[in-house]
Design a protein around this ligand. Structure first.
Ligand SMILES: Cc1cc2nc3c(=O)[nH]c(=O)nc-3n(C[C@H](O)[C@H](O)[C@H](O)COP(=O)(O)OP(=O)(O)OC[C@H]3O[C@@H](n4cnc5c(N)ncnc54)[C@H](O)[C@@H]3O)c2cc1C
Length: 297
């Protein structure tokens, strides 16, 4: 029994099932449940990754703590300096909330074009960031290029870290800790998200380029953050390409040519959807698309 109700315990369904799902109505209650169950428990957000565990031949956890009804984790707050995003905000809700903020085009597109409408109505931004084995997550490179920070909480308190650091530690996040907020700074920038799915809606992208630049009055690049997803096991910034663009007039063809020269630094991952070499080979054209879209923004 979990201390500190309100709570609801729903017996989970039969085959290969978790033995319980605890529906938390407050963050404190979720933290209590998670820390009581330790490594036998895990967060259940949209459930779109967890529900496919059998397909990936992964065992389910014994206990899940559903966090989708915790009001404080479900808001998008648009401030003057930062945008704060609760982890249970769905992809669809996030895309809608950011629709009128051009500086966030990259994240609105990542959230608004991933998967298909049914999944976008369920899958959460926190689940997208917190799933260790998910290389093709759209929101991860988008948030890397926006310089996002992640707040992680446990019963002992909260801490804030760069998304890069969170990606390094997420697979070893201690039981009882969860993502409670994503904080994205606001600034004048042009951003875009380019992804390559092999077939129509529903497929994971084989490669992703998320692009953010600030340009001066003459169109020269003052600052650049470019992130690549789905090519390697974990999304990361393309710092050599960023550095090569600084001080130059931004043009999509030039950026793609530079990307061709630098793409060999990526060690692609083989997958059933695409071989490693293919993921790397499409990067220059994704850079071209992203730069053109950012210029048009
Ligand atoms: C057919 C299909 C196609 C898809 N295509 C895409 C796509 O193209 N691009 C894309 O980005 N996504 C896509 N998705 C969604 C993606 O694969 C994941 O399912 C989704 O990102 C997981 O989010 P969730 O809220 O459902 O997480 P859940 O399934 O609830 O949880 C996933 C993992 O994250 C952990 N977790 C969840 N929230 C937190 C938190 N706040 N703190 C700590 N840990 C947490 C859980 O414990 C679990 O380990 C697709 C999904 C499907 C089913």
């Amino acid at each position: 029994m979990i201390p500190g109700s309100p709570m609801q315990r729903v017996p989970a369904a039969a085959h290969n099932a978790a033995s319980s799902i605890h529906v938390a109505h407050s963050l404190a209650n979720a933290l209590d449940a998670l820390s009581e169950w330790g490594s036998a428990g895990a967060v259940f957000a949209g459930g779109t990754w967890i529900m496919r565990s059998p397909i990936r031949h992964e065992p389910l956890r014994e206990h899940y703590v559903a966090i989708g009804r915790i009001a404080e984790l479900g808001a998008v707050r648009i401030g003057t300096d930062v945008v704060e995003i609760g982890p249970v905000v769905t992809h669809a809700a996030l895309a809608a909330a950011l629709a009128d903020l051009p500086e966030f085009n990259v994240l609105a597109a990542a959230a608004g074009r991933s998967a298909n409408p049914a999944i976008r109505a369920m899958a959460t931004i926190g689940g997208n960031l917190a799933t260790p084995g998910f290389a093709a997550a759209d929101c991860v490179p988008a948030l890397l290029c926006l310089d996002a920070e992640i707040e992680v909480a446990g019963r002992e308190g909260r801490e804030r870290m760069k998304l890069e650091h969170f990606l390094q530690i997420r697979s070893t996040l201690a039981p009882g800790r969860l993502v409670t907020q994503i904080v994205v700074p606001r600034s004048e920038r042009k951003t875009a998200h380019a992804r390559l799915p092999l077939r129509k809606a529903g497929d994971y992208p084989v490669a992703i380029v998320s692009f953010s630049v600030s340009v001066d009055a003459a169109g020269r690049v003052q600052a650049a953050r470019i992130a690549v997803g789905s090519v390697e096991p974990v999304a990361r910034r393309w710092e050599r390409l960023e550095a090569a663009l600084i001080g130059r007039q931004l043009d999509a063809e030039g950026a793609a040519r530079t990307a061709t020269e630098l793409a060999e630094e990526f060690v692609g991952r083989d997958g059933v959807d695409a071989p490693a070499w293919y993921r790397v080979s499409v990067l220059p054209s994704l850079v071209r698309r992203a730069a053109a879209a950012a210029l048009g923004a």
